[in-house]
Design a protein around this ligand. Structure first.
Ligand code: LAC
Length: 235
């Protein structure tokens, strides 16, 4: 593929959102269900706020707090302020997937710029990247907060083009979120979809250039222009 830079989505791609269940132990008998409901509502609110437009923007920390309160009410949880704070702070030390550090190290060794481009607000991203010990792996951590909207709005994908002065088609965008992969492809990036969960292909058009099951295959894919992982499934 030989891109000049590799742009990573954060949550679900580098960081395991399911690990936030550890911060919810003790507040519900089913932390995994709470986190699944929470994450789905968080994404829904981000899409809706982007559609509302500038008046609808609040940062991702607020979106995350609002989604938590909704999910907690669905499950009829009665929580103290301390419980709520502990759960929310789970996002500040969300665990990276096991293969992330080695994959980033390998990409950096080859001299490639690696960036994050995420819905996360800057302090959330900085905290998670630092807690994971990955701060020196990234050339830049870009947040949608700079443009007050959310993925998959094209203004977000423009951020990495502007930051690097490199056209989208010379960069590789990597996301585990199928809708994010489609948005980045529609914008013009080359795209790898990290289908960790064996999820069905999103019916959005704009299929990825390649699909991998985790990030360990990425350095090889990037270094060898002829190498393609499993080709994107036809629609
Ligand atoms: C992000 C969301 C999509 O990191 O998880 O941008």
């Amino acid at each position: 593929m030989n891109p000049r830079a590799v742009i990573f989505d954060a949550y679900g791609t580098l960081f395991d959102v399911a690990s936030i269940a550890e911060a919810c132990v003790g507040i519900t008998s089913d932390p995994a269900r709470l986190v699944a409901l929470w994450r789905a509502k968080q994404l829904e609110y981000s899409f809706l706020r982007a559609l509302i437009g500038p008046a609808g923007y609040v940062d991702f920390w607020q979106v995350t707090a609002d989604a938590f309160d909704f999910a907690a009410q669905v499950l009829d949880l009665s929580l103290s302020e301390g419980d709520r704070r502990r759960a929310l702070e789970g996002w500040l030390h969300v665990r990276p997937y096991a293969e992330v550090s080695a994959a980033l190290e390998r990409l950096a060794r080859d001299g490639r710029a690696c960036l994050i481009l995420s819905n996360g607000s800057p302090f959330m991203l900085d905290a998670a990247v630092s807690a994971a010990g990955l701060a020196d792996r990234f050339t830049a951590v870009l947040s949608v907060d700079a443009v007050h909207t959310y993925k998959p709005h094209p203004r977000v994908y423009q951020l990495a083009v502007d930051a690097l002065g490199v056209p989208a088609e010379e960069q590789l965008f990597v996301s585990s979120n199928g809708w994010d992969a489609a948005g980045a492809r529609a914008f013009g990036y080359r795209v790898v979809w990290v289908n960790r969960a064996g999820a069905p292909t999103e019916r959005l058009g704009f299929p990825p250039d390649a699909t991998v099951s985790d990030l360990s295959a990425l350095p090889l894919l990037v270094d060898h222009p002829q190498t393609e992982a499993r080709p994107a499934e036809p629609y």
